[in-house]
Design a protein around this ligand. Structure first.
Ligand code: ZN
Ligand code: ZN
Length: 155
């Protein structure tokens, strides 16, 4: 995969030079509020695999459910949210908004999280794992993805 995307005004552009580790559909209240929608699609990927153009997004911090900062990055011109960094997550990872991809059909959620605040009219597919809050990585991720995260955390 060679996923590319960016904000609405095209000032912020990015390219993912590896597949995402995992794709989350997050139904938590923060994600609903920040996106103005029912849930967000986040591609979890190591920072080193997110190549950016000359214009970097701006950011602000909110307090995540973990109590640690959740830093939200957005285009300084058009304010499109492009990715997040969760300071509770060990490793230098970003959570890139899949809705900003040039071709969002390229990915689909691997797991649904924080479904305790999922909107009641939304029915989730039966064949995709779903959790009321978060999950344990070792229960959900393929072993090679766990090893990739470990490798990039210790490097
Ligand atoms: Zn923009
Ligand atoms: Zn969320």
């Amino acid at each position: 995969m060679n996923l590319k995307g960016g904000c609405a005004c095209k000032a912020v552009r990015y390219q993912l030079t590896a597949d995402p580790l995992i794709v989350h559909a997050c139904h938590c209240r923060d994600c609903q509020r920040i996106t103005g929608s029912a849930f967000v699609l986040n591609m979890w990927i190591e920072r080193r695999f997110v190549e950016t153009g000359p214009t970097l997004p701006k950011s602000f911090k909110v307090k995540a459910g973990s109590g640690k900062p959740h830093e939200v990055f957005f285009c300084g011109k058009c304010a499109t949210y492009v990715w997040s960094k969760y300071h509770a997550v060990p490793s230098d990872s970003l959570f890139v908004r899949a809705g900003t991809l040039d071709d969002p059909t390229a990915i689909k959620p691997d797991v649904h999280i924080y479904t305790r605040t999922k909107l009641p009219w939304l029915d989730l597919p039966k064949d995709v794992p779903a959790f009321r809050t978060f999950y344990k990585i070792k229960d959900v991720w393929p072993v090679e993805r766990q090893e990739r995260l470990r490798r990039n955390t210790s490097a």
